[in-house]
Design a protein around this ligand. Structure first.
Ligand SMILES: Cc1cc2nc3c(=O)[nH]c(=O)nc-3n(C[C@H](O)[C@H](O)[C@H](O)COP(=O)(O)O)c2cc1C
Length: 180
């Protein structure tokens, strides 16, 4: 049973995947009548926005870069105010590839784990970490890929909201560990 009154969804996004997932989380929060906001870390003011309360949920959404979290998100997490009991959830988007019927999942490595550990150290009640497969934008690794290989992550996965909230209170893998 969730008891959140407010959700702040902080995201960092290079090409929009993590922003898209942040919007899905926002929809899931609003479906539960939770006052939620999607905030880019570049303009975030967490000292003002986050309340030290069990009714506060902070969700951090960001891409995987080189099998870990981007430096910008690491700095953001390190700079967050003390959690003091506020809940937190980490979501790393990762680059999946789909060739016809074959989906190759991304590899998030330590991305969500690292941010989750930082949040734990800062006194947040970590509700879970997860990785979400989205279209890969790691072009520097393999060059341009034809558009038709990217049917993953275009629209909100069916049942995203209910799966998201199932993962939150238990700390079990959240929205998906597979392909959206
Ligand atoms: C420099 C760079 C490194 C990446 N490293 C990984 C990686 O290690 N594992 C992975 O699964 N995806 C990796 N990706 C793919 C992105 O994490 C993935 O496409 C993500 O959803 C992009 O999110 P964004 O559009 O919010 O930036 C990388 C992408 C870039 C640009």
């Amino acid at each position: 049973m969730h008891t959140y009154l407010s959700a702040k969804i902080y995201y960092h996004s290079g090409t929009g995947n993590s922003y898209r997932v942040a919007r899905w989380v926002d929809g899931a929060a609003q479906a539960k009548d939770i006052n939620s906001a999607v905030i880019p870390i570049e303009s975030a003011e967490p000292e003002r926005e986050l309340v030290a309360s069990r009714h506060q949920l902070a969700v951090l959404v960001f891409p995987t870069h080189g099998f870990t979290a981007p430096w910008k998100m690491i700095c953001f997490a390190l700079g967050l105010p003390a959690g003091k009991g506020a809940a937190a959830f980490c979501m790393a988007t990762r680059g999946a590839l789909k060739f016809g019927p074959v989906t190759i999942p991304g590899a998030a490595g330590t991305a969500a784990l690292l941010i989750g550990l930082i949040l734990l150290c800062k006194g947040y009640r970590l509700r879970g970490i997860t990785a979400v497969d989205m279209p890969s934008n790691w072009m520097s690794l393999y060059g341009r890929i034809p558009r038709h290989t990217f049917p993953v992550g275009r629209s909100e996965p069916t049942g995203f909201s209910s799966v998201f909230w199932r993962g939150i209170p238990t700390g079990s893998p959240g929205p998906t560990s597979g392909t959206c």
